[in-house]
Ligand binder design. Structure first.
Ligand code: PEP
Ligand code: MN
Length: 338
């Protein structure tokens, strides 16, 4: 159940509602929006007297939520949430472009790509130090060494940086080096990892598992949010279907569905969906047209030499040509890409 406070409700009103929630043996989650405070009630509210809350001072409305995801639900925050990282807002009017290599390979590689994508208009640098590879014989990433490179490049370029965390034991270390942590598709239902990410004070991008439903993605986000971290960004990266012409099938429909069902920002990763750099631009444009709040694009200055995902990495030149097209699509749907 969600308790929506009146616009002029004060701290005393909020405090009394919380006391009452706790007195019922339930837990509360407070969200202080720009307009009003909303209190999520967690636990079994059946028989707790919804009407009792409704008549408390400062309470405007009590909304029962029957869906299994509560904090992530749009009802929890009808105006939509905005995830702020540094001077960038994800979920606002701007479509935030995140770009960079699949894997961090060297100082020179990351810095070259970072400078180029920044120059083209990317706000956030992506790059993985821990790689979840299908084969154990493939490049597994540079580990902490890669994170050190990322930190250096962040300092040098002033970019916000994001990376994947695979192992629950690495969460504090990774959170120390980067601005945004990413859960890869293969870990979307690693519930212990999700719970741990719920305890940190950094935004988390959670990618849809390649065989996960939209509902399962929302519930995975709920795992993180339930622990207290509400700065969650959902990412559609393509799902497994019978089609093999692309690496995965981009589920563009997931964007409007997720935007309707949740208040969380939704981004698109066209690279892992396409699996081929020739198709990345079209999928990226489709994502923006569908209402995505951001894009996560793999870019490499020498994709033929890339240690991971070279075939789907667009060149720095392709990326710089794509950006004006993305700006035009964004403008057509009332959004902006700076
Ligand atoms: C990645 O972003 O590099 C990645 C491994 O993607 P996914 O988890 O979507 O396969
Ligand atoms: Mn990749």
């Amino acid at each position: 159940m969600i308790i929506v406070m009146e616009q002029n409700a004060d701290e005393k009103n909020v405090g009394r509602v919380i006391e009452s929630i706790e007195a019922h043996g339930l837990k509360s989650h407070i969200y202080r929006g720009t307009e009003r405070t909303v209190i999520g009630v967690i636990g079994d509210t059946v028989g707790t007297g919804v009407n009792g809350f409704r008549s408390m001072p400062g309470v405007e409305n009590v909304v029962p939520i029957l869906k299994p995801f509560k904090i992530a639900s749009r009802k929890y925050m009808p105006e939509g949430s905005v995830v702020k990282v540094g001077n960038v807002e994800i979920g606002g009017n701007e479509v935030v472009v995140m770009a960079g290599p699949c894997a961090i390979e060297s100082d020179e590689q990351l810095l070259t790509i970072a400078k180029s994508v920044k120059n083209s208009g990317a706000k956030i640098l992506r790059g993985s130090a821990f790689k979840p590879r299908t084969s154990p014989y493939e490049f597994q990433g540079l580990g902490e060494e890669g994170l050190k490179i990322m930190r250096k490049v962040k300092k040098e370029t002033g970019m916000i940086v994001e990376t994947e965390v695979m192992d629950i034991r690495d969460v504090p270390m990774v959170a120390d080096y980067v601005d945004i942590l990413r859960v890869g598709a293969r870990n979307m239902q690693n519930f212990d990892l999700l719970k741990e990410l719920g305890k940190i004070d950094k935004p988390v991008i959670i990618k849809r598992g390649m065989s996960a439903t939209i509902r399962e993605l929302m519930l995975a986000a709920e795992y993180i949010m339930k622990e207290g971290n509400h700065r969650v960004i959902l990412c559609e990266r393509g799902i497994r279907t019978f089609e093999t012409a692309t690496r995965s099938t981009l589920d563009v429909g997931a964007v409007p569905v997720l935007k309707q069902e949740t208040h969380l920002p939704v981004i698109i990763d066209p690279s892992h969906a396409a699996g081929n750099r020739q198709f990345v631009g079209s999928l990226a444009k489709a994502g923006v047209a569908a209402g995505a709040d951001g894009l996560l694009i793999e870019v490499h200055h020498q994709p033929e030499k890339a240690l991971c995902d070279g075939p789907q990495s667009v060149t720095t030149e392709m990326f710089s040509e794509l950006m004006p097209q993305l700006r035009a699509v964004a403008a057509a749907v009332g959004r902006v890409i700076e």
